[in-house]
Design a protein around this ligand. Sequence first.
Ligand SMILES: Cc1cc2nc3c(=O)[nH]c(=O)nc-3n(C[C@H](O)[C@H](O)[C@H](O)COP(=O)(O)OP(=O)(O)OC[C@H]3O[C@@H](n4cnc5c(N)ncnc54)[C@H](O)[C@@H]3O)c2cc1C
Length: 382
Amino acid sequence: MRQYDYIVVGSGLFGAVFAQQARENGKSALVLERREHIGGNCFSENYEDTNINVHRYGTHIFHTNSEDIWRYVNRFTEFNRYQHRVLTTHKNRVYAMPINLGTINQFYGLNLKPCEVDEFIASKREGIANPQNLEEKAISLIGRDLYEAFIKGYTIKQWGCDPTELPAAIITRLPVRTSYYDSYYNDRYQGIPVGGYTPIFERMLEGIPVETGVDFLEDRDYWHRHARQVVYTGPIDRYFGYSEGRLNWRSVKFEYERLALEDYQGTSVMNYADVEVPHTRIHEFKHLHLEKAHTPNTTVIVREYACIDNERPYYPVNSEGDRRRLKAYQELQRREGRIIFGGRLAEYKYYDMHQVIGAALQKARKVMRGEPEAAAVETAGN
Ligand SMILES: Cc1cc2nc3c(=O)[nH]c(=O)nc-3n(C[C@H](O)[C@H](O)[C@H](O)COP(=O)(O)OP(=O)(O)OC[C@H]3O[C@@H](n4cnc5c(N)ncnc54)[C@H](O)[C@@H]3O)c2cc1C
């Protein structure tokens, strides 16, 4: 086998962006992917003969405030004009999320004006001086009624435990909008790639050899011998053989259903706030692509269930123990030296897509062109 400048482990956004940048800078790269498809958790494909593009690992909305990241990603796709709005069903009625003036007026049967919201919410708060858990914290921020309707059941389903058992620090604030503004993201740029996400990866990886169905860790010495440097985007604890213990992840299970209906729920994502309903959300993907014709009288929905599953990592649990273990792994990583670790699994960090693109561009520009670190990164939470 020939020698490569980089062997990139993982074809998700971090790996694909890094490999693309390597090629653009005249370096050779080989991408190894454990799954049978490229694109990591952004992978999307058309469902059977429906022409409905489904996101296999949950609905992905692209959004960013960074001109640099937006310009970069637009080299590989055109975006439609989709704007994300989240709705939630509570006791068979549908409300806008995050809580806004419409949610409050509908829930309480009122017609408050924006200038009256703060005072109204303040009258609902219970004065808990030093909240000891998530429930107390939430009640101290928005009052018991809104907490029990919109936060409690959803949290129990997501975390698999009672909110009184969760630390108050999980939430610092619960946004309450004093207007009817119901767009989920505030970013300057937002949309869904017109052909779905997978073509972005096909274009980024054009001219770069990719081997799918290959687990780098099963033969790491072999691959190391054929690369000047390895870029690893898999789970950091697995890389080190779980020597410092396992990092915990929350996960989700998806249940697909094809229905002979034009439209099941009238929106792309519907949350279910009540604990009696076992799923947390229903996705209906055709609503992400209003520009596209789908097979008539057909829709595909996916019920999402939350669970804890370290084999299918989605969201870092990030408990105190996890943070301790992560530190120990980062120390091993520093000693290892010769490898670049990047992306959500290797950094044990919840990254949105624009953030992982920013992190990969920054890393690639630094190692290949010697540019300073600050180039493209947008901070978490944008
Ligand atoms: C349910 C859900 C919804 C989301 N929705 C949004 C959204 O709406 N908007 C948004 O901006 N972001 C969203 N995200 C975040 C987005 O999915 C991530 O930012 C992005 O996928 C991270 O890319 P990555 O390259 O770091 O990781 P990944 O996509 O996980 O890629 C890592 C790849 O490495 C491969 N790999 C691991 N170990 C090995 C090995 N040993 N050998 C070979 N290959 C290996 C894996 O198979 C995987 O393909 C969502 C995430 C989840 C979980």
